[in-house]
Ligand binder design. Structure first.
Ligand SMILES: CC(C)(COP(=O)(O)OP(=O)(O)OC[C@H]1O[C@@H](n2cnc3c(N)ncnc32)[C@H](O)[C@@H]1O)[C@@H](O)C(=O)NCCC(=O)NCCS
Ligand SMILES: Nc1ncnc2c1ncn2[C@@H]1O[C@H](COP(=O)(O)OP(=O)(O)OP(=O)(O)O)[C@@H](O)[C@H]1O
Length: 277
């Protein structure tokens, strides 16, 4: 009898698996301040954990297609950038159909989409390659008055586009180093991930927070996250108390750090890739 041959996953399929896993790990991580997690909906009336999971899974074909496009075009350039833009917009439509019109992962499509394509092209320089893609101007991208655009106008804040164009400094210089430092201190994986999220929050101009809670909300997020880390991080008793305070404070301000959550997913994706190839 012939042995059953297991289907071997292509590179694009493996990258799509890893991107979706990163999104599911981000959603499941608890307790995240004011974000959707296993405990509840945080500051969101229209989101819940099941919806975040369904949305993440709906994006698998999009991530696969983005990686395939990167392999096919084989280099950073306008043709690949515009293909990614088209695939990303189709992915966003699939997300909106799944969630009945709720924005669950717009920021994540942007960040993880670029990183997935970059990982297929240049696995040894993922953030830099993603930045080179983000710097190219997609001529077919609509220019809606998004929340991010409104906040950029009002406060001059740099948002998701600039974070990518700079090579994801919040991930490469804050989240990833903190993730690895906390792991070395044997905090346990969930606490290390919470610490990575907090490290990202200390310095990010999160346009979700700015839109919902202005400069006051952004200041509360950045200072509160730093206070948790200074108190010893999520694994320490004092850090946990401080994290609980931050959760209450952000909930009172309706200030959900959705951009930081997306960048944590990006951080987990890059961390996993480092071990995989
Ligand atoms: C560049 C994007 C993110 C637009 O950003 P803009 O700030 O105008 O929009 P919006 O308010 O919808 O914000 C998007 C999301 O980014 C996340 N975010 C917020 N702040 C930040 C930040 N500082 N850094 C990173 N992400 C952030 C949030 O989750 C937010 O919901 C994107 O929507 C876009 O234009 N996509 C075009 C489609 C495309 O090219 N796709 C290809 C993907 S490879
Ligand atoms: N666990 C999470 N909880 C909440 N938001 C998250 C989470 N993970 C990622 N996000 C990001 O946060 C964004 C959703 O934030 P938000 O609801 O503020 O956006 P919006 O739909 O533009 O605004 P609003 O709901 O204020 O009208 C999504 O783009 C998503 O990528």
């Amino acid at each position: 009898m012939r042995a059953l041959k297991l289907h071997e996953l292509s590179l694009a399929e493996r990258l799509a698996d890893m991107a979706v896993d990163a999104l599911i790990d981000e959603a499941d991580l608890s307790p995240k301040p004011a974000l959707v997690d296993r405990r509840g909906n945080g500051a969101h009336s229209d989101l819940h954990l099941g919806l975040m999971h369904a949305s993440a899974l709906s994006l698998w074909p999009m991530f696969k297609e983005m990686a395939e496009a990167a392999i096919e075009f084989g280099e950073v350039g306008l043709p690949l950038r515009e293909a990614l833009g088209r695939i990303g917009r189709e992915g966003e439509q699939a997300m909106l159909v799944t969630t009945n019109g709720v924005n669950t992962h717009r920021g994540a499509i942007w960040a993880l989409g670029l990183l997935t394509a970059a990982a297929a092209l240049e696995p040894r320089a993922i953030a830099l390659t993603a930045a080179r893609l983000a710097l190219l101007n997609d001529r077919f991208a609509p220019q809606p008055m998004s929340h991010g655009a409104q906040v950029a106008q009002r406060y001059g804040a740099r948002g998701a586009r600039e974070e990518a164009q700079l090579g994801f400094p919040s991930v490469m210089q804050r989240g990833l180093p903190q993730l690895r430092k906390s792991r070395q201190q044997n905090t346990g994986e969930q606490n290390a991930r919470l610490d990575a999220l907090l490290a990202i929050m200390t310095d990010l101009a999160d346009t979700c927070v700015l839109y919902r809670a202005g400069i006051e909300g952004l200041g509360a997020m950045q200072k509160g996250a730093q206070a948790v880390l200074d108190a010893g991080g999520s694994a320490s008793l004092a850090g946990r108390r401080s994290l609980h305070e931050l959760d209450n404070q952000l909930l009172a301000l309706n200030a959900s750090p959705g951009g930081a959550a997306d960048l944590l997913a990006a951080c987990l994706f890059i961390d996993r890739l480092d071990g995989a190839f």
